[in-house]
Each structure stands twice: as C-alpha cells, then as structure tokens.
Ligand binder design. Structure first.
Ligand SMILES: Nc1ncnc2c1ncn2[C@@H]1O[C@H](COP(=O)(O)OP(=O)(O)OP(=O)(O)O)[C@@H](O)[C@H]1O
Ligand SMILES: [Mg+2]
Length: 594
C-alpha cells in the first residue's frame, strides 16, 4: 500500500468498527444504497451534472470518495456483485481513467493504486467482507459550457469533488471524449492501451511548439516511434521542414521519396560555415596545439582571409572569424607561413608549424572533403546548402535525413554543433519564417549531463535551442536511451515526453521525478512496458496516456532490426566469401551500395 493510502486508511485497517463507521456515514449522506453495494440506488443512479456527452450511469459506479487531499482521492470500492466486478475489471487497473462528478464539472482521474485494506481470509468467497480501496489523482475535467453543444475537456481541475461523491468507471464514450480530438492539428500515432479501439493522437502544434522527447532502453521502439510521429505529422503537413540527425544511417529507407538523404558523399559543410570555436576543435583533432596566443593570431588570419576573399565587398560588411563568409583555408596556411618567417622562438615555431600541417593534412584527407574540397570552399554555396538542408523550398521532400554514420568519429560532435548552430542562426535570421523541427537521435551522445563529456559548443547550442528555439520556430525532437545521462536542461524543456520501457533504475527514477505526480500509477509501468508501448505525457497529447504505437510495415521501419542469431547461426551461405569481399570493398570506399 502506498504511503498516502497507508496514512489515510490507518484507522480503517485497525478494525471493523472504523470501517463500519465509514460505511454508516456514507449511508447517512447518500441513503441506504450508498455505503454498501456498488452501483446501487442513491444518487449514483441519477445524472446529477449537466453533461450531455458524459453519462453517469449507476451501472458504472465503482464506489465513493472517502478521502481528498488536493487532487488525490481515495475511493472505497463498492462493487460487491462478482459479475459487475468482472465487467469493470478493466476500469479498475492502475493507469486507467475513472470519472468523478463535481458541482459543475465532471473530473477525470487516473488510477494510481489499488489495495485491500482488510483482506478476507479465504482464497475464494472472501470478497464480500473485504474493504477495497482505489487511489486516484484528478488530471482533467470537462466543464459544462452551457452552449448546448456539450463540454470541452481540459487539463487540471477547477472544482473539486466532495467527500462521499460517487466515482464511475469510464466507458468507451468517456475515453473517446478524454483522448480523441477530431480537429485538424491532431494526428494518429497509435492506440490507447486501455481501449485499443481508440486512437492515440498528438496535437501537432503543441507537440512541435515546445519540443518533445522519446525515451527508452535499446530496442524498445524509439526509432520506430520517431518515424511514426514524423510520418503522422508530415502526412497532414506535407510542406514541413524537418532535419533529422541520423548517427546510425537508420532512417533513409523509412521515409522513401519524402526524404532528402544526405550522406557523407553528398554532405557539403564548408569550413567557413564553422565558427571559430568549432574550427579550432577540428584543427586540434588533426594534431594542432592551439593555445590562446595561437588562437588570437588564427582568429586574425581567418578574418583577413575572409576580407581578402570578399575583396571590395568586405568594406561594407562586418566581418569576424565567426561570420559565415567563404574564404580559402589555403590562404590562412599561407599567412601562417609568412608569420613563421618572422618568428624567433623555436617553441612557437613548432606550434605554428603544427597548425599549418593540420590545415594541409585536413585539406588532403578524403574523409574531410565535405569541409575542405575546392568545390565547396571556393564558392559561396550558403543559399543552396541551407535550401537543401532545411528544405526551402520543400520540393516534395519535407525531411532531410543527415546520415552521420560516415563522419569521422573524432569530429562528429563538431559537425553536429555546426548543424545545430546553423539551424539556430537560420531560424533567428529568418525570424521563424520556416518553422523547423530538428530531430536528434541518441541525443545523450551530443548533450551529456556530465560536464567532462561531449563537446561544449554542441551542448551549448542544443541547450540554447531547448530554451529559446520556440520563439524562432525551431523545435527539438529528442530520442535517447539514457535520460539520466542527457543534459537536464534539454529534457526539462521538452513539454511532451514519450517514455518507453526503461530498464535502468536511474533512468526510471529520472523520468518519474521529472514528470507530473498525477500519473504515478502510469509511471509504475515504466519497467514493464512492451515493445512499442509508451507512457505519453505533456502538452502534445490531450491527457497522459499509456499508448501502443501503430505497427510500421517492415519496409517503412528504420534499419535497426535486432539480429536473429538463431537463424543466422543455423546455416552457412554459399556466397559468404563474396559477401565478405563486398563488405571490405564498401568499407574501403567508405560507402554503402544500398
Ligand atoms: N511501431 C513499431 N512497428 C513495428 N515494429 C516495431 C515498432 N516498434 C518497435 N518495433 C520493432 O522493434 C525493433 C526495435 O525498434 P527500434 O529500432 O525503434 O528500437 P530503438 O529503441 O530505437 O533501439 P535503439 O535504442 O537500439 O536504437 C524494430 O526493428 C522493430 O522490429
Ligand atoms: Mg533507435
């Protein structure tokens, strides 16, 4: 029994007399049908609240309120008829919805706990003497609006029920009323676990307006969920602008013709799009050791090279080492060479030499051609690059999938930083003209909570998007296996969370503590959810819900199927050697053929 219930019911569990007293008081208040058999006569038989769409039928009465503590209620269950008990068993499970009439509304609560305060001694037949309780928390209400058109569902409760009020099981019509919105901005992503006939929907504007996160252990269906959510949104909004950072090359096939897939061979991210901190990190990875002295000089040389490239036009512009203006990196290497000629101290000569060598090495490294190839660095490709990445114009492909699997591991974080920062700058400079959704798979890799881990500028820009992106129409979608390891700022800014099965106790704790109290019962299921099941909470969904994501057809799933060892290890294929040679060939060419 939970602490709240234990506290509330201490006297009752101490003896028959107190339970009898409770029943007597309920009878006094509600008449003879009130305190005993559930669903019987008394007020439960009538419909005391003017709710045309919400029937309060005696047959669905499950008991009466015996304790109120804010929005938390304890209900004494009063369905003694075993047949009715079986019928209502689905409404009386943790996480299910029940309804409670108040003076001028019908409130909806979520079951958090069930208990028998005084169990009958026998395995069978003891129920008649048992006192059973249900704990619930109110999460929303429907207030009579007096328009004659029925009432609207809204979060939170403005009017509380009174002690002794009856509580009803939710019918399918009630659940539909609570969970389903037929308006345009809603999109179906799955079904409600309590009633698979009812769709689980997201409200597109609320979901994207304030960021969302999909959290769950490996293999629980996060990538499939992200695919489903995006597909549902793009089906209704085909002119979207989605940028999905795909570190494992999973998503390309899931979106087919809708996606503009950019892999390492198509990626164009000229070095001049990198700001100074990012470029410094790339050069440091390539072996340069850049102290503050060299950094100050490099900063100057980059600004000079930009001016040189712009020529006359530079006069009218405000140029810094961070301005996204083309320049030749070779020019910077030449400047360093000149500086080297004037230096006297051998130790600083070594540093500048290393800096120059790093630049030359990167220019010649095929893996870095997306940054340093002549074709991308000597022309001003800013407009075509932004157009391709952010889908402006959309041209039938509202989503860009950036396959980062080929990006050299040591600079993956820097590349993500450039992409996220460019998204942020683009959103601010375009003043949100093209609302953008930036989806970050494996977000804990880029924005870890641990201050020692990750790349500071990436963390900074992601935190900034989380905090300020909304104002510029830049929304974040995050998928992560390890919420406890993800920067707290990012998750705390996510207004909608889909929590899938989380096996790690720390992750479960983290999710429990950051989500609202009202759904403790739902959150208890975190460790035992099935694949593709989730607890959905937040502004993008009407009410907290346990949902099952729709099943994606095999050819629309991200490429992440779990290997079947038992099948693969049963037989040997005749063309294994050829296949191995093909793998080695693709590995060397750094390119998958499919
Ligand atoms: N909605 C769904 N429709 C169809 N299959 C699903 C769905 N959700 C999960 N699956 C199955 O579960 C497998 C794992 O799902 P998915 O790749 O989405 O997990 P994940 O949580 O992203 O894992 P990881 O963290 O390792 O990336 C899929 O290959 C698929 O077979
Ligand atoms: Mg995944």
């Amino acid at each position: 029994m939970s602490a709240v219930l234990a506290r509330k019911l201490e006297p009752a569990s101490n003896g028959d007399a107190l339970v009898a007293e409770m029943r007597r008081r309920l009878q006094e208040r509600f008449g003879s049908g009130g305190g005993s058999t559930g669903g019987g006569g008394g007020t439960a038989a009538t419909t005391p609240v003017a709710m045309p769409s919400l029937e309060l039928s005696a047959a669905h009465c499950i008991g009466r309120i015996v304790s109120i503590e804010g929005a938390k209620l304890v209900v004494m269950i009063e369905i003694d008829d075993p047949k009715a008990q079986i019928e209502m068993s689905t409404s009386l499970q943790v996480g299910c919805v029940v309804k409670v009439p108040t003076k001028n509304s019908v409130a909806f609560g979520m079951v958090n706990a069930l208990s028998i305060a005084k169990p009958g001694g026998k395995c069978q037949g003891g129920q008649g003497n048992e006192t059973r309780f249900l704990e619930l928390e109110l999460v929303g209400e429907s207030v009579a609006v007096g328009t004659g058109k029925g009432a609207n569902m809204r979060r939170g409760v403005s009017t509380y029920p009174i002690l002794g009020s009856p509580v009803y099981a939710a019918t399918q019509a009630d659940l539909r009323f609570v969970y389903v919105r037929d308006g345009l901005p809603s999109a179906r992503i799955g079904s409600i676990q309590q009633d698979p006939n009812l769709p689980a929907q997201v409200n597109v504007d609320d979901l994207l307006g304030k960021h969302f996160a999909v959290l769950g252990a490996t293999g629980t269906g996060k990538s499939c969920a992200v695919t489903l959510i995006l597909k549902a949104i793009l089906k209704r909004n085909p002119h979207g602008h989605v940028l999905l950072l795909d570190p494992h090359n999973e998503y390309a096939r899931a979106f087919g013709e809708q996606a503009n897939v950019i892999d390492l061979h198509k990626l164009q991210l000229p070095h001049w799009l990198f700001n100074f901190t990012e470029l410094r990190a790339v050069l440091t990875n390539a072996g340069a050791s850049i102290s503050n002295v060299e950094a100050a000089l490099l900063n100057d040389l980059i600004t000079q090279a930009k001016r040189q490239f712009l020529g006359q036009a530079a006069e009218e512009r405000f140029i810094t080492s961070d301005t996204p203006t083309p320049y030749r990196i070779g020019q910077v290497a030449d400047y360093i060479e000149e500086v080297l000629g004037r230096l006297e101290k051998p130790e600083s000569i070594a540093h500048y030499q290393a800096l120059k060598t790093a630049i030359v090495t990167l220019q010649n490294d095929a893996r870095f051609s997306f940054m340093f190839a002549k074709s991308v660095t000597t022309r001003d490709l800013m407009v075509p690059i932004l157009s391709s990445i952010f889908r402006v114009p959309v041209e039938g492909k509202p989503i860009t999938i950036l396959d980062l699997s080929g990006v050299p591991f040591e600079i993956l974080n820097v590349v993500v930083s450039v992409l996220c920062r460019t998204a942020f700058d683009f959103a601010t400079w375009s003043r949100g003209k093209w609302p953008i959704l930036l989806v970050c798979e494996e977000a804990h890799l880029y924005a870890p909570e641990n201050p020692e881990a990750g790349f500071e500028p990436t963390k900074r820009v992601l935190a900034r998007i989380a905090k300020e992106g909304r104002k510029y129409g830049l929304s974040l979608g995050i998928a992560s296996q390890r919420p406890a390891e993800l920067a707290a700022t990012m998750l705390s800014q996510c207004s909608t969370i889909f929590a899938m099965r989380l096996t790690h106790e720390r992750d479960q704790q983290w999710v429990r503590s950051s989500l609202s109290d009202g759904i403790v019962g739902l959150l208890e299921a975190l460790g035992s959810l099935g694949t593709a099941e989730a607890i959905g909470v937040g502004e993008g969904i009407v009410m907290p819900m346990r949902l099952v994501f729709d099943t994606l057809p095999p050819d629309e799933r991200p490429r992440s199927a779990t290997a079947s060892f038992s099948t693969a290890w049963k037989t040997e294929s005749a063309d294994d050697r050829e296949n191995l040679e093909r793998v080695v060939d693709q590995w060397r060419r750094q390119r998958h053929d499919d």
